[in-house]
Ligand binder design. Structure first.
Ligand code: SMG
Ligand code: MG
Length: 368
């Protein structure tokens, strides 16, 4: 497809409640959207970089700058599909979230032009996926228990508790005592611990958690391998898995037995699929992570989660977990599952009026 240009659009999405992790508290999502405009189709990509570089090194202003200065010019005058976009971006180091947003917009446009759903393109084998929910760090255990009770009532099939030093064993024990051993439960530390905390993390062992997600720093793969020998709970990596090669290395080192896949973290859906394939080939379970996406990013994540290797519930909650009003038709829970969109491309598009209301800036990058 020959592109006429890229539209960069910033939107401000207030969260229904503050979301606290070991690295900060989100109150509003400052999202960068990319619209790829071709002669006979257009497509959307959502950049998952956050306002500040606290989850990973990228941040949303930086991603917009990288797209404007380096990624868009690489596409000018070219015939593109998702693979050529990936190849044209390869010489530019890093910035996977910026790259993923543009690649997804192009992929959506190309698939729409062909009338092909993203699920068919990726190899999805399900039409709905089991939804887990990520629960932030709270001011008190009673507040946490109220939040978890609400999510279980809504039908979520798995609870993930955000943890940090000082908020780990106590909240996990409280959730187990109140809701029982049958609840699928896991924790996510977002790199807040060191290997020296192994004994404290081993205190989570009696609670039969599905996994501990990313306890140690992103570049401490060897530390995770050492930790995996000191705790019984399976180690899952998120931040460390920046590519299919990183996944292969982590698995070979024994650093993880489960992998969280986020397309933004690995540079797009093509690489996300490769991460999936490496994990499946090694008998490592995968599940889809989330970055508080609007319906645009959520649609593509839900579709990815329908691939055969995704055998654990995903961070694919309903839209109302984060947003009172989404920019697309909302994703809803049906018996604890979220439906995979069936239409061409990512299968959803923004509702123009809603999009206009939340937009804070737009710019057009011509590519002809
Ligand atoms: O989209 O439901 C979601 C977010 C799930 O906890 C979640 N994401 O490390 O997995 C993770 C975090 C990253 C974002 S925290 C602001
Ligand atoms: Mg995580």
């Amino acid at each position: 497809m020959r592109l006429e240009g890229l539209e960069l659009r910033r939107i401000a999405m207030p969260l229904v409640a503050p979301f606290r992790t070991s690295f900060g508290t989100e109150r509003e999502r400052d999202v960068l959207l990319v619209r790829a405009v071709g002669a006979d189709a257009e497509g959307w990509g959502e950049c998952v970089a956050m306002a500040a570089p606290l989850y990973s090194s990228e941040h949303v202003d930086g991603a917009a700058e990288v797209i404007r200065r380096f990624l868009a010019p690489a596409l000018a005058g070219r015939d593109v599909d998702a693979w050529t976009v990936e190849a044209l971006f390869a010489p530019i180091k890093g910035h996977p979230m910026a790259k993923a947003a543009v690649q997804t917009a192009v992929l959506d446009a190309v698939l729409r032009a062909a009338g092909t759903p993203l699920g068919g393109f990726l190899g999805a084998v399900r039409d709905r996926v089991p939804a887990g929910v990520s629960v932030g760090i709270m001011d008190s255990v009673p507040a946490l228990l109220d939040a978890v009770a609400g999510y279980l009532d809504a039908g979520y099939l798995r609870i993930k508790l955000k943890i940090e030093p000082g908020w780990d064993v106590e909240p996990v024990r409280a959730v187990r005592e109140r809701f029982g051993d049958a609840v699928l439960l896991q924790v996510d530390a977002n790199t807040a611990y060191t290997l020296g905390d192994a004994r404290q993390l081993a205190r989570l062992d009696p609670f039969d958690l599905l996994l501990i997600e990313q306890p140690l720093p992103e570049d401490d793969v060897r530390g995770h391998a050492a930790l995996a020998r000191l705790v019984r709970t399976p180690i899952c990596l998120d931040e460390s898995i920046v590519s299919a090669r990183a996944a292969a290395d982590a698995i070979a080192l024994g650093a993880c037995s489960i992998v969280n896949i986020k397309p933004g973290r690995v540079g797009g859906y093509l690489e996300a699929r490769r991460v999936h394939d490496v994990c499946v080939a090694n008998g490592v379970a995968v599940w889809a992570g989330g970055m508080l996406e609007t319906g645009l990013g959520r649609a593509a994540n839900v579709t990815l989660a329908a691939l055969p290797g995704f055998t654990l519930p995903d961070d694919t909650s309903a839209s109302d977990r984060y947003y009172a009003r989404d920019i697309t038709a909302p994703f809803v829970l049906e018996a604890g599952h979220v439906a995979v969109p069936a239409g061409p491309g990512i299968g959803v598009a923004p509702i123009p009026d809603v999009l206009a209301e939340v937009t804070t800036a737009t710019s057009w990058i011509p590519l002809k």
